[in-house]
Design a protein around this ligand. Structure first.
Ligand code: 13P
Length: 334
C-alpha cells in the first residue's frame, strides 16, 4: 500500500464540512446504551439499530466515514445489502474498531492499558478484505490522585504506535485515539497538562515506530474541566485551551484531527468544534468523530417504536450530521 493511497483516504476522512460517525460500541457498551432506553440487546436489535443509522438518506453529505464494530462489519440490511456496500454506495468510508478494550495496568492502580495487539496483523488483513479502509484504537487516560503516571501514558502510546504501524502495513489509515477521560474533579489546567504530555508521548512513539503521519488521523479529546470539578468553562475557553494544546503538540503534517464527544451534551460538542474552527488559521482540519453526540437523540426516538419511528430517528441523525458538518467549517448557527 502506498503512502499516497493512505494519505488520500486520510484526507477524504476530513474533507471540508464532513466528519465521522462512531457506531463501534462493543457488545457490552451498546448493551448499556440499549438498557438506558429499555431495548433488549439482541443481535437482531443491534443490526436493526445500525441499519437505521447507516440508512439515513443523504448521510454522505456530511459524513465521510463510519467506525463499525466487528459484528457490524459482517452484517447486512434486512434486504441483504452488506452494510459496507450500503456505506460505499453513499460515499461513506468503512472504518473498524480493532482494539480489544482496556485492562488494568499491572502495578499502577487506577490506570489501564488497551489490549489487542496479538493477532492484529491477521485481523487487519481480514478487515481490509471486508472493505475497511481505516481503523480505530482507543487508549484511555484517567485523571485522579497521582495518575496518570508517565509509565501509564507511555505504555498506551507504545500500543497505539504498534497498532498504527500495523494498520499502515495492511493499507488501513490508523485513527489514533488517546482519550483523556472527562470524569473526575480535576480542573481544566490539569486536563490541559495531561493532554499535552499524552500527545507528546504519542507523537514520539509514532515517530519511533516509523508511522507515516501523512496517512494517520488523530482522534482527540477536548481540554475541559472534570465532570465533578464544579468548574464551568465557557465554550470559548474550552475551544481556546484545546486548540492551544493541539498546536503545541501535533505536527502540521497530520492530515486532520477529529474529536470524540466523551459525554458532552450534543450542543456543547457541536459548539466547541464550531468555536475552534472560527479561531483563525490552524495547520490541520478539525472535525468530529462523535458517538454519543451523533446518536443519543436518534436512539431515544428509535427505542420508542422500533419500526414506526425510523424516519423520525433518521431525521435527527441527519440533523446532527449537518450541524456538526457546519461546525467543522466554523459555520454552525445555534
Ligand atoms: P463518544 O463521542 O461517545 O465519546 O464516542 C466516540 C468514540 O468512538 C469513543 O471511542
Amino acid at each position: 500500500m502506498s503512502i499516497e493511497q493512505l494519505a488520500e483516504t486520510a484526507q477524504a476522512m476530513v474533507a471540508p464540512g464532513k466528519g465521522i460517525i462512531a457506531i463501534d460500541e462493543s457488545t457490552s457498551t451498546i448493551q448499556k446504551r440499549f438498557d438506558s432506553v429499555g431495548i433488549e440487546c439482541t443481535e437482531e436489535n443491534r443490526r436493526a439499530y445500525r441499519e437505521m443509522l447507516l440508512g439515513t438518506p443523504n448521510l454522505g453529505d456530511h459524513i465521510s466515514g463510519a467506525i463499525l464494530f466487528d459484528e457490524t462489519i459482517r452484517q447486512s440490511t434486512k434486504n441483504g445489502v452488506p452494510f459496507t456496500k450500503l456505506m460505499m454506495d453513499n460515499g461513506i468510508i468503512p472504518g473498524i474498531k480493532v482494539d480489544k478494550g482496556t485492562h488494568a495496568l499491572a502495578g499502577f492502580p487506577g490506570e489501564v492499558v488497551t489490549e489487542g495487539l496479538d493477532g492484529l496483523r491477521a485481523r487487519l488483513e481480514e478487515y481490509y478484505r471486508l472493505g475497511a479502509r481505516f481503523a480505530k484504537w482507543r487508549a484511555v487516560i484517567n485523571i485522579g490522585d497521582d495518575i496518570p503516571t508517565g509509565t501509564g501514558i507511555d505504555a498506551n502510546a507504545h500500543a497505539l504506535a504498534r497498532y498504527a504501524a500495523l494498520c499502515q502495513e495492511q493499507g488501513l489509515v490508523p485513527m489514533v485515539e488517546p482519550e483523556v477521560i472527562m470524569d473526575g474533579s480535576h480542573d481544566i489546567d490539569t486536563c490541559y497538562e495531561v493532554t499535552e504530555v499524552t500527545l507528546r508521548s504519542l507523537f514520539a512513539s509514532l515517530y519511533e515506530h516509523n508511522v507515516m503521519l501523512e496517512g494517520t488521523i488523530l482522534k482527540a479529546s477536548m481540554v475541559i474541566p472534570g465532570t465533578t470539578s464544579g468548574e464551568k468553562a465557557s465554550i470559548e475557553e474550552v475551544a481556546a485551551a484545546t486548540l492551544q494544546c493541539l498546536k503545541s503538540t501535533v505536527p502540521a503534517t497530520l492530515p486532520g484531527i477529529v474529536f470524540l464527544s466523551g459525554g458532552q451534551s450534543d450542543e456543547d460538542a457541536t459548539a466547541h468544534l464550531d468555536a475552534m474552527n472560527r479561531m483563525g488559521p490552524k495547520p490541520w482540519p478539525l472535525s468530529f468523530s462523535y458517538g454519543r453526540a451523533m446518536q443519543s437523540a436518534a436512539l431515544k426516538l428509535w427505542a420508542q417504536d422500533l419500526t414506526g419511528n425510523i424516519d423520525a430517528a433518521r431525521k435527527t441523525v441527519f440533523e446532527r450530521a449537518r450541524d456538526n458538518g457546519l461546525a467543522a467549517l466554523g459555520q454552525w448557527n445555534k
